[in-house]
Each structure stands twice: as C-alpha cells, then as structure tokens.
Design a protein around this ligand. Sequence first.
Ligand code: 5AD
Ligand code: SF4
Length: 364
Amino acid sequence: MPEPVEKILKKKTLQKDEIITLLKLRPPDNSILLTKALDVKTKTIGRKVYFRGLIEFSNRCSKNCYYCGIRSHNTRYRRYQLTDQEVIKAAQYAYTNHFASLIIQSGENSSQKFISTIERLLREISQMTNRALHITLSLGEQTEESYQRWYEAGAHRYLLRIETSNPGLYKKLHPANKMHDYTQRLEALKTLRKVGYQVGTGVMIGLPFQTIEDLADDLLFFREIDIDMIGMGPYIEHEETPLFQYRNQLLSLQERFEISLNMVAVLRIMMRNINIAATTAMQTIDPHGHERALLAGANVMMPNLTPIKYKQSYLLYNDKPGLADDAEESKELMGESIRLAGDTIGYGEWGHSKHYAIRTGARR
Ligand code: 5AD
Ligand code: SF4
C-alpha cells in the first residue's frame, strides 16, 4: 500500500517512490497536491509572475532531434533569421513595456557568423537599455568560449533543456552521433554554470518510451544539479518528425497535460524558490493551460515578441497557439491568464530565481 498523500506532502525531502505516488494522482485526487504547491509558492516566492519577452531568432538548426518540427531534415519550413532591426525592435518593446527581461531562442547554429551576430546584438541591446533588460539565451550547445563571449556581452541567463535525464531514452530521441550526445549536453550545463550564468533546464513530458519513473528521476535530477530555473511541458507530436510513427503509443494529450501539471506542482514543493515557467506546450493542450500551470506553482511567462510573419516557421510541434498574435496580443492574453490565476505581474523587476539570488547574493 502506498503511503497516504497527506503524509507524503508533509515530508521535508521527497524520495523517488513518494514522487511517483504524487505524479500518478489524477483529478480530482490531485487537488491536494496542487493546493499544497500553490501554498508553497505563495509563502516562498509570493504571487508575482515575471514576463520574459521571447524572440524566436532563427529556425535554422544544424541538429536533427527526432521530436522537433524544425529539425534540419524537415524541408517544409522556410528558414529565416531575424534582422538586427527586428531584434532591436522586439527588445525595445520589452523594455518600454517594463518586462525587464528578454529571451533569445534559436535553432542550434555554431558558425562564427552566428556567434558574432548574437554578440553584437547583445551589446546593442545592453547599450540601448542601459543594461536594464536582463537577457537570457537559449541557443543550444556551444563552446565554452562562445558562452563566455556572450556572457561578457551582456547575457547572464541560459536555458538548455536536458530533454530527459535518462541517457537510454535520450538515445532513442536523437540520432546516434557526436552532435546529439547526452554526456556532452550534461557537460554544457556544467560549463554554463562555470562561466557564471543563471542556468535553466527542463524536460518533455509524455515522450514515447518514457515512464513515470523517468519523470520522477527528472525531478530528482533538477534537485541534484541544484538548478535555478525550469521550463518543462508536454511532448506534442509533429507529423514531419521520426517520432510521429509512435503516436498511437502515447498517453492522451489530456493525460500528458495532467502529468505536466503534477510535475510543476511536485517540483515547486521540492525546490521551493526556483523559477518555473508556464510553458506554451501546456497552453497548446488546454485553453487554460497557462493559468493552471500558475496555480500549480509556476511563476514565469514568456510573451512571444517574434514578428508574426516568422511564427508559422517556428513550429516545434503541432497546433502551437498564438500564430496570428502580435506582441501586444500575446502580452494581453498572458496578462489575462495571470489575472485569472489571481497572480500579479512583476513589472520592472528582473525576477531572478530566488534560489539563484540566495546562492550568489544577486540583487533585484
Ligand atoms: N513537443 C514539445 N516540446 C518540444 N520541443 C521540441 N520539440 C517538441 C515537441 N514535439 C522543446 C524541446 C526543446 C525546446 C526548444 O522545445 O524541449 O528544448
Ligand atoms: Fe534543433 Fe532544438 Fe529542434 Fe533539436 S530541439 S532540432 S536542437 S531546434
């Protein structure tokens, strides 16, 4: 007989079997878990949600991950890269709307031209905003030298999802070559920390071949590496990817959503003061996905600032919402989710992960 949930939720440190019991809860039995997570959020970090303006800089990618719609072997999408002016305009929008933070995300590209373009843009944005805009990068695996150059040019946070903490599963989701190597990805996370970044990672939930034990291990992995920020969400199939062939073996979208919600809630309880994002993939499955993620413990949202004309070319998975929304609409919709959840927007604050702030003595 598994332990009663009430008893598990009173424990200081959760063990794997207890995490599994919590992840297996389904509505209405999971309400006790969600309530506890919201209570932890309220007491530890408060009910403020931080905006990070998201720029999907380019869909050119040298990699070929089996789950992702913009993998290099997919010829359907026109490949683009934003112009400098478009990036500056989006950064200006984030700045004047008091977002205080920006994320530049892109397919993986390690050419010297790309590295220096990003470096130049970082310097321009830092100068234009008098360093008031905190910049996060999500540009995949790069050399230590590139991470260092970008750090010195003004980026101080980096997101690199581990995708799954199970090396065997990682292998099934990626081509077998040096570019898609689990150990290297782990190394990249360590290098980022060494360079000085506030580091975020994350996983996909409901992948083919993934078990509930794997997901419990993912949460334990986040605790083990003492991560500052997490972005995780349901895996959603894309018809032009190799993993699409396993679509009949997947959990239903609804189940993937419920487990994702439980993952957010359990993580909030395990790592009380980190930043956790309410991700787009959650909103893709449920029209109240963002709001429900906030109520399960998330505290970060990413309004999309990518110019509309590029949005339909940055489809990592099916049915991604908001393709016709401009920055203003994206911001309004997210603001509405925040209001519905009973949270407030942390305008003008960098919204450091409190975890990171305590670890390093960072302010604001
Ligand atoms: N479903 C959900 N998330 C996906 N990602 C890529 N493809 C998919 C998919 N099919 C996520 C990965 C990647 C991030 C940029 O998008 O976790 O790190
Ligand atoms: Fe490229 Fe990232 Fe998609 Fe992999 S998940 S194919 S690295 S954009």
